[in-house]
Write a protein that binds this ligand. Structure first.
Ligand code: NAD
Length: 256
């Protein structure tokens, strides 16, 4: 008996085996959910298909979150295949490499808008598309991925910190809109992990080392820990929790 038995999940944001989204997808499968994955473009499709096969997930199609047509197609395909949706994982973020180093002050209008669109607005777009499918199931749960740079000025995190602050605010407002329909939404704020995205942030791993040394648990976060808490937030075990940012960061965020 798993905590996600009989549930259907869409996981957006798998790029490779180190992706935090993949860790959540793996745990959801282990807990009994049917899992659908998307991929961003042909290059990543080649990585996502074998990973889906490895865990017994379905690849539902291509999804670039800046493409409204692909968002509509993804949810239409989900509706056709499963008739509804219980769980949605949004693990998508982007900022230009130049905006993840040196001075935040230098970000230009175009790059600012693009980072906000991909990293924050996309949650709203996906939640809106998921709403009728979750309503068909009498409710649902959505999880997005955030980072402590949303609430503290972390060196070099810069533009992404601003986007994560917007993302966490989106979670609160979406929780208000969706709550009456039994749809919950939370942000999981993860500790630093070595992934494709984080490698773009200058000195990110110096910071990761600092977390290991200073955190109460005195070690790095394991990506499986994101998977496990993701599954809890998506399942009925967290039925009274919505609009929150939950830290899975080996306790780093409480240290003064
Ligand atoms: P990752 O590179 O494995 O995942 C990022 C994903 O975003 C990729 O799958 C990529 O395809 C997707 N993406 C980017 N632009 C997109 C677009 N236009 N359309 C569709 N998908 C797009 O890295 P990750 O670290 O697993 O990142 C997942 C989430 O976790 C991100 O929101 C990231 O900010 C967050 N996060 C990461 C860390 C960390 O230390 N790695 C810590 C806290 C939060």
């Amino acid at each position: 008996m798993g905590i996600a038995d009989g549930k259907t999940a869409l996981v957006v944001g798998v790029a490779n085996e180190k992706s935090l989204a993949f860790s959540i997808a793996q745990e959801l499968r282990a807990q009994g959910a049917a899992v659908a994955l998307t991929y961003q473009g042909e290059v990543l499709e080649k990585r996502v298909r074998p990973l889906a096969a490895q865990i017994g997930a379905e690849v539902i199609g291509e999804l670039d979150v800046t493409n409204d047509g692909q968002i509509a197609e993804t949810f239409a395909a989900l509706h056709k295949k499963y008739g509804g949706l219980d769980m949605l994982v949004h693990a998508v973020a982007f900022a230009e490499r130049d905006d993840l180093r040196d001075r935040f002050l230098n970000v230009n209008r175009t790059n600012f808008a693009r980072a906000m669109e991909i990293s924050a607005y996309s949650l709203v777009a996906l939640a809106r598309a998921a709403e009728p499918l979750m309503e068909a199931r009498g409710g649902g749960s959505i999880v997005t991925l955030s980072y402590i740079g949303a609430v503290r000025a972390i060196p070099n995190y810069n533009m992404m910190g601003v986007a994560k602050a917007a993302l966490e605010a989106c979670v609160r407002y979406l929780a208000m809109d969706l709550g009456a329909k039994g749809i919950r939404i939370n942000a999981l704020s993860a500790g630093p992990a070595r992934t494709l995205s984080s490698s773009a942030i200058r000195d990110f791993f110096t910071m990761a080392h600092h977390v290991e040394e200073r955190s109460p648990l005195k070690r790095a976060m394991k990506i499986e820990e994101v998977g496990k808490m993701g599954a809890v937030l998506l399942s009925d075990l967290s039925s009274g929790v919505t609009g929150q940012t939950v830290y899975v960061d080996v306790g780093y965020s409480i240290v003064g």
